[in-house]
Ligand binder design. Structure first.
Ligand code: PMP
Length: 400
């Protein structure tokens, strides 16, 4: 967590912005931008088609990236399907796998809309797994529900984007398998912060987005156990996913290419690999991120009107709160005016906000380029904003 890392990110070169919205999207290091530019300037061509040298080079770089990204999360190369991101990965599983095999899906109360709406679109009934007062999944209830509903489909986030809770996914996966259920893990908020090994976890599906882990937007991946992918029909049809096409009938390639119709986001795939390589060189310093999170929490707890929503220790990446008597959006606007960028609102997780009886929160979310200095500036700016917003009010109103 230091200014040395900040230097790797051109975004911070010419401004003194405090960026605390990395859970929405992270800034990108120069090395990622360079790799993408290298593709566009040196070997820009389409992949998996044509016979010319440039096409070969582009295909090799694309497939090398798949190999690296797969290994990075402990998967085999042919088990990694490129998607636009976590959202598309979940929509893909919902439409190509779950819809034809299940009638309902089990989700936690903490899910992002990307892990709610795709199931609804496919007409699946949603069964909600309850949380305890610190927003952890109640494991006894979870097991009880799956015992009563064996052979079901479960989909749960690894790390919550709205409250930073790290779910005990290895346990959740074990319990799911005990009752012959299949399980998808939404890893959107985990990739940048945790070592992921899909084989060790024994996840059936695992979805990620590059842009939250220092990579480009518009690219992500779905890991699926090969046998499951092999049993799935194509998500979309088009070029590069077929073996034979006639007007009567078409046949398809094996996974993962079966699921990658049309021209892919080639530069983004190459940038995705560069981002993970960069992350690897930093050794994913979760310990340093933890120190920053604890520091921020301590400082926030010193504010007199602070309202936090969990005291759980198993948190990472972000911290959500309200200031009693002040609307979260007003704080966001005033902080933005002081060059502090953070997110306010429901964070695409309306159900958990409703459960807590609030419309939204103020969220600080961290990446490796954040520093204690960033936190200090933010706390000062929040104090200034509170002062401005409450100077003509009493101290009585509650933030709801
Ligand atoms: N799940 C979680 C937990 C997220 O935080 C996000 C992004 N905010 C998504 C899914 C969706 O990711 P994307 O927008 O990259 O598809």
């Amino acid at each position: 967590m230091n200014t040395i890392i900040k230097k790797d990110f051109p975004f911070f070169n010419n401004n003194d912005i405090v960026y605390l919205d990395s859970a929405a999207t992270s800034q990108k290091p120069q090395i990622v931008l360079d790799k993408m530019q290298e593709y566009y300037t040196q070997y820009c061509a389409n992949t998996h088609r044509g016979e010319h040298e440039l096409g070969d080079k582009a295909t090799t770089e694309f497939e090398n990236s798949r190999d690296y990204i797969a290994k990075f999360i402990g998967a085999n190369t042919d088990e990694l399907v490129f998607t636009k991101g976590t959202t598309e990965a979940i929509n893909f599983v919902a439409s190509s796998f779950v819809k034809s095999r299940f009638t309902k899906v089990f989700l936690s109360e903490l899910e992002h809309h990307s892990n709610i709406v795709p199931w609804q679109l496919q007409g699946l009934e949603i069964v909600v797994l309850p949380l305890d007062k610190d927003l952890n999944i109640n494991l006894e209830e979870y097991e009880k529900l799956l015992r009563l509903n064996p052979k079901s489909f479960v989909s749960i986030t690894h790390v919550s984007n709205s409250f930073g809770i790290i779910n005990p996914i290895k346990k959740l996966i074990n319990i799911a398998h005990k009752y012959e259920c299949l399980i998808l893990i939404d890893g959107a908020q985990a990739l940048a912060h945790l070592r992921i090994d899909v084989k060790d976890l024994d996840a059936d599906f695992y979805a990620v987005s590059a842009h939250k882990a220092y990579g480009p937007t518009g690219i992500g991946a779905l890991y699926g156990k090969y046998a499951l992918l092999e049993s799935m029909s194509p998500y979309q049809g088009g070029g590069s996913m077929i073996t034979e096409v006639s007007f009567k009938k078409s046949s398809y390639l094996k996974p993962p290419l079966r699921f990658e119709a049309g021209t892919q986001a080639i530069a983004e795939v190459i940038g995705f690999k560069a981002a993970l390589k960069y992350l690897f060189t930093l050794k994913q310093t979760q310990k340093e991120e933890d120190i920053l999170l604890k520091y921020a929490k301590e400082k926030l707890q010193g504010l007199s009107r602070i309202q936090l929503y969990t005291q759980a220790e198993n948190v990472l990446g972000n911290i959500s709160f309200n200031i009693k008597g002040v609307h979260h959006n007003d704080i966001g606007i005033l902080l933005s005016k002081q060059s502090i960028m953070l997110r306010t609102g429901h964070h695409c997780a309306m159900p958990i906000m409703k459960k807590l009886g609030i419309k939204g929160t103020i969220r600080l979310s961290f990446a490796l380029y954040n520093t204690k200095e960033d936190i200090n500036k933010t706390i000062q700016a929040i104090q200034k904003a509170i002062h401005l917003l409450t100077k003509n009010k009493g101290d009585k109103s509650a933030s709801k």
